[in-house]
Design a protein. Sequence first.
Length: 106
Amino acid sequence: MKKAALFLVLAFMFGMINAQTKVEIKPKDLLKAITDNIAKDYVGFTIDKAYKVTKDKVMSYEVIIMKGSEHHKLFYDAAGKFTQKELITAEKPKTKTEPKTQQQKK
């Protein structure tokens, strides 16, 4: 019983040490380097959501940008340097299919 309790305590502590925190922030609270990068490289996109992420004592930022139905998640390091982009959704072309008339079916 003591071993099981000790194991649970150690597992909980390990989970807390390696935990990731993700806190939503206002776009106006992003670093200037991040907003400048978005304005320059993603013309026409707007910031939908922004997060400050801390994992293993390392801070970074995640920013979700959108333009129409196209959404991207951008990743930045603590200094605001772009590190990665992930496509969340993209606008898919809509194809319109019309029902066949009796004459077209023959």
